[in-house]
Write a protein that binds this ligand. Structure first.
Ligand code: DQA
Length: 142
């Protein structure tokens, strides 16, 4: 699940966010989780309400989530509340190292609810988050 301005990855400040498009990232996540036979449902919205609606719609039919809230990390309280009602594990991801950037990016209102947080590792962070979700979920039978 990706929040505002992440639909234009690839051409959005590539010196900060890299050159991978969101489609590239979604394909990488799909590749990671295919070892478990999981499918990826990709959601990107620029508005918070649409993200909240997607969480409501898919909470019962998903095993976990990777969430890059974009700037909603700063004050996305309704996104935060929707995630509080999302029972499966989820990982917060930021492509850039938000701690090395402006002060206003140093706090995330959703991070306290996440199973884990990956920051600053670019698109690779999504692969790591996918691996973390598989690790947190019931292991595949031997
Ligand atoms: C971001 C970091 C946020 O501060 C910013 O508003 C974004 C992208 C990241 O992935 O590095 O939109 O979430």
């Amino acid at each position: 699940m990706n929040g505002p301005n992440l639909g234009i990855l690839g051409r959005r400040e590539p010196e900060i966010y890299g050159t991978d498009t969101l489609a590239d990232i979604e394909a990488a996540v799909a590749e990671e989780v295919s070892v478990r036979g999981w499918d990826v449902l990709s959601v990107q919205h620029d508005s918070e309400g649409d993200l909240v609606g997607a969480l409501h719609r898919h909470s019962d039919s998903t095993v976990g989530a990777i969430v890059n809230p974009g700037a909603l990390m700063i004050a996305g309280w309704s996104l935060r509340d929707a995630l509080a009602s999302y029972a499966p594990p989820w990982i917060e991801v930021h492509l850039s190292n938000v701690w090395a950037r402006e002060q206003f990016r140093h706090e995330s209102v959703i991070a306290p609810l996440a199973s884990g947080v990956v920051v600053g590792l670019g698109a690779f962070g999504y692969r790591l988050a996918a691996q973390a979700l598989m690790h947190l979920s019931t292991p595949a039978p031997l």
